[in-house]
Design a protein around this ligand. Structure first.
Ligand code: G1P
Ligand code: ZN
Length: 576
C-alpha cells in the first residue's frame, strides 16, 4: 500500500485499494522456453541483461513453482505449494528490486499463501537460510550472484532453497531446468507493484506479503551461538576490528551486530551500505579483490583483526595483522578450537570439506576422532550431512565456512567465530594459525584461476586429461610419484546419490595434490581452476612464501595439462 504524500492519504489509499481489487487478476500468458536455464554450482546465474529479457525470469520462476507444486495423483498439476509460506530476498544488486516484484506476482498466482520478504528485498544468503529454518517455511528464493560483479552490465542470479534452509538438491534443480524447456504459459498476477520498503503485512491477490527486518532472525541465531558478553568486553578493552562489507549485503548485518549490539566503534564496518553495483568493487573476499583490507592489515597501525565478506555475505576472508589466513586453514583452526565457542561446547558431530579444499582439517579430525567427509564443490553437498547430524562444521577453499546453524556458508558467523577464538584464548590470528601449523603441520595451498578461456578449449583440456588419467599412477615427477589419478566421484553417504566428474585429482605419494576443475558459477567463457597443495610437517620449513612453496606443483600441472599453450595465457589471472 502506497502512503500518500499530498495530505489526503486515507481517501487516496482506500480509492486505490478499491480500484485495485476490481482490476487485480491472475492472468495466463503464453511463454516460450529459453535455452540454458540450468542452475549451476549455486543457482541460475546470468548477465543482468539476460534476466531483463521479457519473461526470462518469469519462465524460470514458473518452472520452479510447477515443480514445487508437483503432479497430483493423476499426473495433472498438483497443489503442494498451495497454502505454503516462502522466504524471499536477495543481495540488493542491480535488478533485485524489479525481480522481487515479478516473483511476488508469480508466487501469488501459483498458490503461495504467504511470503516473508526481507525489507527492501534484502536478505543475505545465510540470513535467508536462517529465516527459512526459524519460521519453518516451505522454502525460499534467494536473489544473488554471490561474488560475481553487479550493476546493469554485471551478473544476476536466482536460487531456490528448500525447507531445511539449504540449496535445492540436483534432482530438484534438474527438474526445474527440464520444466523451463517445455513451458508454454505463465500464471501471474497483474496487480500493481507493492511497497517492499515498509515493515508489515500487505495483500497481493490471496497472498500475504510480510515485509520483515532482514537482520532480526539472523542476529537471534548468532546470539544463541556466541558469548556476546565476551565479545562486548573485547571491544570495551579496545580490541580493534575492520570488516570490509565491500558495498554488499553484509554491511547492515555487520553494523547491527558488531557496532550496534557488541559495541565495536562506529566505522568498524567499512563499505557498509549495499549498493546496486557494489560501488564497482568486486565483492569476492580474497587478497586480490579485497586489496584495500589487505593494505590496512599490513599498515603499521593495523587493527587487531580484519575480515571481508562477499556480495551475499556467505563468504569470508580472515586476516590478522600482517597475516592472511587461507580458508582451508581457517576451517582446520575452527575445528580444532570449536569447543571454546558456546554453540559448539559439547563438541562437533563431524566435519566436511569440499574435495579441492586442503586436507588440513582432516588432520584435526583425525586427532579429535571426528568423522571427516570429502564432498564435491558447492555448499549443496553439505546439506544431507548436516541434516543427518553427521557433521557440524563445513568449509570450502573458496572462502566459505559454515556450520549446522544454517544450511549455507556464513561470512559474519565466521567473523564472530574468529573474534571469539581471539577473545577466549587471548591469542592473535597469526599466533593461532602458527601454533596450529606447529601442532598439525602446514598444508601449503593455492588456487590458480584461468578466467575467460574459450569454452571449447577448456572442455578439450579436461577431456584430454581424462584420457591421460589411466597412465598417470606410478609416473614420477621429480621427487614425487603419482599415487592416484582420477575424476572425483562422490557417493552421498546419506541418500546414496552419485555425482560424477567433479574434478580431476592427482594425488602424490608425499600427500601433495594437484586438482583441475572447471568453474560452474561463471557467466562468460570458462574458468579453469587449478588447486595445489603440499604438506610440510617440519616447523622449520613452514615459512616459505606460498607460491614459491608450490611452484614445483604448478610446473607439474603445466606439464600434464599444457594450460599455457592451450589458453595462450602466460599465467593464472588470479592466484590466491
Ligand atoms: C565457486 C567456488 C565454490 C562455491 C561456489 C559458490 O564455484 O569454487 O567453492 O561453492 O563458487 O559460492 P565454482 O565457480 O568453482 O563452480
Ligand atoms: Zn556468496
Amino acid at each position: 500500500m502506497k502512503t500518500d504524500t499530498q495530505g489526503n492519504g486515507a481517501k487516496l489509499v482506500s480509492f486505490q485499494l478499491t480500484e485495485r481489487s476490481d482490476i487485480m487478476a491472475i492472468i495466463t500468458i503464453p511463454t516460450q522456453p529459453f535455452a540454458g536455464q540450468r542452475p549451476g554450482t549455486s543457482g541460475l546465474r546470468k548477465k543482468v541483461t539476460v534476466f531483463q529479457q521479457p519473461r526470462y525470469l518469469e519462465n524460470f520462476v514458473q518452472a520452479l513453482c510447477d515443480v514445487l507444486n508437483g503432479p497430483d495423483a493423476n499426473g495433472h498439476p498438483g497443489r503442494l505449494l498451495h497454502g505454503q509460506t516462502l522466504v524471499l530476498g536477495g543481495d540488493g544488486r542491480f535488478h533485485n528490486r524489479a525481480a522481487v516484484q515479478t516473483i511476488l506476482k508469480l508466487a501469488a498466482a501459483n498458490g503461495v499463501a504467504r511470503v516473508l520478504l526481507g525489507q527492501g528485498g534484502i536478505l543475505s544468503t545465510p540470513a535467508a537460510s536462517a529465516v527459512i529454518r526459524r519460521h519453518q517455511t516451505f522454502g525460499g528464493i534467494i536473489l544473488s550472484a554471490s561474488h560475481n560483479p553487479g550493476g546493469p552490465y554485471g551478473d544476476f542470479g536466482i536460487k531456490y532453497n528448500a525447507g531445511n534452509g539449504g540449496p535445492a538438491n540436483e534432482t530438484l534443480t534438474e527438474a526445474v531446468y527440464a520444466r523451463t524447456q517445455v513451458l508454454t504459459q505463465l500464471c501471474i498476477s497483474d496487480a500493481a507493484d507493492i511497497d517492499i520498503d515498509t515493515l508489515g503485512m500487505q495483500q497481493l491477490e490471496q497472498m500475504q506479503v510480510q515485509v520483515i527486518d532482514p537482520v532480526a532472525d539472523y542476529a537471534a541465531v548468532m546470539r544463541s551461538l556466541f558469548d556476546f558478553d565476551l565479545l562486548r568486553g573485547m571491544f570495551k578493552k579496545g580490541f580493534t576490528l575492520r570488516v570490509d562489507a565491500m558495498n554488499a549485503v553484509g554491511g547492515p548485518y555487520a553494523r547491527a551486530i558488531l557496532e550496534a549490539e557488541l559495541g565495536a566503534p562506529a566505522g568498524t564496518v567499512v563499505n557498509a551500505v549495499p549498493l546496486q553495483d557494489f560501488g564497482d568493487l568486486h565483492p569476492d573476499p580474497n587478497p586480490v579483490n579485497a586489496e584495500d583490507l589487505i593494505a590496512h592489515m599490513a599498515a603499521s597501525d593495523a587493527p587487531d583483526f580484519g575480515a571481508a565478506m562477499d556480495g551475499d555475505a556467505d563468504r569470508n576472508m580472515v586476516v590478522g595483522r600482517h597475516f592472511v589466513v587461507s580458508p582451508s586453514d581457517s576451517l582446520a583452526v575452527m575445528t580444532a578450537h570449536a569447543r571454546l565457542i558456546p554453540g559448539y561446547r559439547s563438541g562437533l558431530l563431524g566435519v566436511a570439506r569440499s574435495m579441492p579444499t586442503s586436507a588440513a582439517v582432516d588432520r584435526v579430525a583425525k586427532a579429535l576422532n571426528l568423522s571427516c567427509f570429502e564432498t564435491p564443490t558447492g555448499w549443496k553437498f553439505f546439506g544431507n550431512l548436516l541434516d543427518a547430524g553427521r557433521v557440524t562444521l563445513c568449509g570450502e577453499e573458496s572462502y566459505g565456512t559454515g556450520s549446522s546453524h544454517v544450511r549455507e556458508k556464513d561470512g559474519l558467523w565466521a567473523i564472530l567465530f574468529w573474534l571469539s577464538l581471539q577473545g577466549a584464548t587471548g591469542k592473535s590470528v597469526e599466533t593461532l594459525v602458527r601454533e596450529h601449523w606447529q601442532t598439525y603441520g602446514r598444508n601449503y595451498y593455492t588456487r590458480h584461476d584461468y578466467e575467460g578461456i574459450a569454452v571449447d578449449v577448456a572442455n578439450t583440456l579436461m577431456a584430454d586429461l581424462r584420457v591421460a588419467l589411466p597412465a598417470l599412477p606410478g609416473r614420477v615427477f621429480g621427487q614425487r610419484t603419482v599415487s592416484l589419478a582420477d575424476d572425483f566421484a562422490y557417493v552421498d553417504p546419506v541418500d546414496g546419490s552419485v555425482s560424477k566428474n567433479q574434478g580431476i585429482r592427482l594425488l602424490f605419494d608425499d600427500g601433495a595434490r594437484v586438482i583441475f576443475r572447471l568453474s560452474g558459477t561463471g557467466t562468460e567463457g570458462a574458468t579453469l581452476r587449478l588447486y595445489l597443495e603440499r604438506y610440510v610437517a617440519d616447523p622449520a620449513r613452514q615459512n616459505e612464501p606460498v607460491q614459491l612453496a608450490l611452484a614445483d606443483l604448478a610446473a607439474i600441472a603445466e606439464q600434464v595439462a599444457g594450460i599455457r599453450v592451450r589458453t595462450g595465457m602466460a599465467g593464472p589471472s588470479v592466484a590466491t
